[in-house]
Design a protein around this ligand. Structure first.
Ligand SMILES: [Zn+2]
Length: 451
C-alpha cells in the first residue's frame, strides 16, 4: 500500500491541474459505504475515513479519537473518520473546533488526517467520542473557489483550447495558469461571461468514485496518470475532473465569478480570479474607490475616467509651460549674474550662492553662462542644508575647473571633480557656502595673476 504525503499530494495536484488525483490511494481511505460497495476491507485501522469525499456540507459531527500525538510541538488528534479537509490538491485546510479546542491546521500524513490543535489537549484520549465543528464560512469559501476553478478551466478549455497547467488557491485570491502565450481582453471577457452563464444555469456538481478499469468511459478534461479508485468531480455533463477537493452542490452557489488580472508566468498566462463573497467584496471595494475618485473631481463615477484623462493632458501642457518659463527665468538670472561679475584681468568671474534651488536648475544656469566669452562661474546651491557646487567656464578660458573645484571642496571636507570646462561636487555644509566662495575667489585671483 502506498499512502502519499501532503507535499506529494500538492506536487501531484500542481502537475495535474491543481486537483487531487487519487494516485496510489488505498481503498481503506475511502468511506465505509464505498468500501462496502466496492467489497474492500480496510487493511489498517490507522487510516482515516475521509467523510468529506461524499459529503462536503457536513460541518458538525462526532467521531472517535484514534491517536493523540504531537506535531511540530503542538498537540494533534487523529480520528477514525473526519469531515475536516486537510491541505491538499491546492485547497487550503479547514479550521474549527474538535472536542471544544481550536483546530489550527489539518494535514494528510501517511493516509491519516492529522488535526493540529491550538494548545493543550485537556483530557482527550484514544477511544473517546468527540464533537467536531468545521468553520463553515471558511470551508464554503474554499468550496466556491475550487468549484469556480473547475468551471473556469472547463470554459477556457472549451472556448479556446487553453489547458490549465496549475492552480493556486490563496487566502484572498486564486489563480490558474493556462498553457498559452497570451489571452486577449475580449477572450477574457468572453470566458468570464460564459463562466457566469454556467453559474446562472445552476448545474448540479457531483462527486463519485470510478475504478481505473472504467476510467476510459469518463470524458476527463485531463487524462489522469493514476491507478486504483479515482474520485471524479462532475459539473453535469460538462466538466469531469479527477479531484479530491470539496465542492458546491450546484454552480449557482458560486455566486459571481470575476477575472481580475492576467499576467505572464513561465511561458503561460496566469489568471487571477475571485468567486462568491470574495467577488462581491471586491466589487463593493472597487465601487467605493472609484466613487472616492469621482468625489475628489466633483463628478459622477461615469465621467471620472474621462475627466482624469483630461486633467493628465492638462498637467502635461502645464509642465511644458513651466519648463519654457523656467528657461526664460534662467536667461534673466544669467543676465543679472553677469551684471554682478567681478573683473579679474581680462576675465569676468561670477560667484553666487542660491537657496533651495535644485542642482539641475543651477546646472542649466551654469551651462547658460558658459556661452559667454571670457567668463568663469562658480555657483552653489544649498538644499536642506546641503551644498552643491558647480564651476564652469567659457571655451576660451584656459583654467581647469575640475582641479579648482576639487581643491576647494577638499579644503572644506567635501569632494567632487569634472572636466576642464565643467565640474560639480558637494559634501559641504550649507553654512560654509560664503566661506567657500571667498576661498574660490582668492584661488582664482592667484591663478589668473600667474597667467
Ligand atoms: Zn479540483
Amino acid at each position: 500500500m502506498v499512502a502519499f504525503q501532503e507535499e506529494a499530494e500538492i506536487a501531484l495536484a500542481r502537475a495535474s491541474g491543481g486537483c487531487l488525483f487519487l494516485e496510489g490511494e488505498e481503498p481503506s481511505m475511502l468511506t465505509t459505504e464505498i468500501q462496502k460497495s466496492l467489497n474492500l476491507q480496510p487493511e489498517s485501522c490507522q487510516m482515516t475515513n475521509r467523510l468529506y469525499y461524499t459529503d462536503s456540507y457536513c460541518a458538525e459531527f462526532k467521531a472517535t479519537v484514534n491517536e493523540c500525538i504531537r506535531v511540530d510541538g503542538r498537540p494533534a488528534i487523529v480520528l477514525e473518520e473526519t469531515f475536516f479537509y486537510p491541505t491538499s490538491g491546492g485547497q487550503l485546510h479547514d479550521t474549527g473546533l474538535l472536542g471544544g479546542q481550536r483546530v489550527v491546521d489539518v494535514r494528510a500524513e501517511d493516509g491519516r488526517i492529522v488535526h493540529v490543535l491550538e494548545d493543550n489537549m485537556h483530557a482527550l484520549t484514544p477511544g473517546q467520542l468527540v464533537p467536531g465543528q468545521i468553520d463553515w464560512p471558511r470551508r464554503f469559501d474554499h468550496m466556491q473557489q475550487h468549484s469556480a476553478q473547475h468551471l473556469l478551466s472547463y470554459v477556457f478549455d472549451t472556448l479556446y483550447d487553453f489547458e490549465t497547467v496549475s492552480v493556486h488557491f490563496g487566502a484572498h485570491e486564486s489563480t490558474l495558469d493556462l498553457a498559452t502565450a497570451e489571452i486577449s481582453a475580449a477572450q477574457l471577457r468572453m470566458a468570464e461571461q460564459s463562466a457566469n452563464q454556467l453559474v446562472y444555469d445552476n448545474l448540479p456538481i457531483t462527486a463519485y468514485f470510478v475504478d481505473e478499469s472504467e476510467i476510459a468511459r469518463v470524458p476527463l478534461r485531463r487524462p489522469p496518470k493514476v491507478q486504483g479508485q479515482i474520485r471524479i468531480v462532475e459539473i453535469e455533463q460538462r466538466d469531469y475532473s479527477a479531484c479530491g477537493g470539496t465542492h458546491c452542490r450546484h454552480t449557482g452557489e458560486l455566486g459571481l465569478i470575476r477575472l481580475t488580472r492576467q499576467e505572464r508566468s513561465r511561458g503561460n498566462v496566469r489568471i487571477t480570479f475571485l468567486c462568491g463573497w470574495r467577488a462581491l467584496q471586491d466589487s463593493i471595494q472597487k465601487h467605493e474607490l472609484i466613487s472616492q475618485v469621482a468625489t475628489i473631481f466633483s463628478t459622477d463615477v461615469e465621467s471620472a475616467p474621462e475627466l482624469v484623462q483630461r486633467m493628465l493632458e492638462q498637467n502635461k501642457a502645464f509642465e511644458r509651460q513651466v519648463s519654457e518659463l523656467h528657461q526664460q527665468l534662467m536667461q534673466f538670472e544669467a543676465r543679472e549674474l553677469l551684471d554682478q561679475a567681478v573683473q579679474m584681468a581680462d576675465l569676468r568671474v561670477v560667484t553666487k550662492v542660491l537657496h533651495e534651488q535644485p542642482p539641475e536648475n543651477v546646472r542649466r544656469l551654469a551651462t547658460q553662462l558658459q556661452e559667454e566669452s571670457g567668463l568663469i562661474a562658480c555657483l552653489a546651491t544649498v538644499v536642506s542644508g546641503k551644498l552643491t557646487l558647480l564651476c564652469a567656464r567659457s571655451a576660451d578660458v584656459d583654467l581647469h575647473m575640475g582641479n579648482l573645484l576639487r581643491d576647494a571642496l577638499k579644503q572644506f571636507g567635501g569632494g567632487g571633480g569634472g572636466r576642464p570646462d565643467f565640474a560639480q561636487g558637494g559634501g559641504v555644509e550649507g553654512a560654509q557656502a560664503n566661506e567657500l566662495m571667498a576661498y574660490l575667489l582668492t584661488k582664482l585671483k592667484a591663478q589668473i595673476a600667474v597667467k
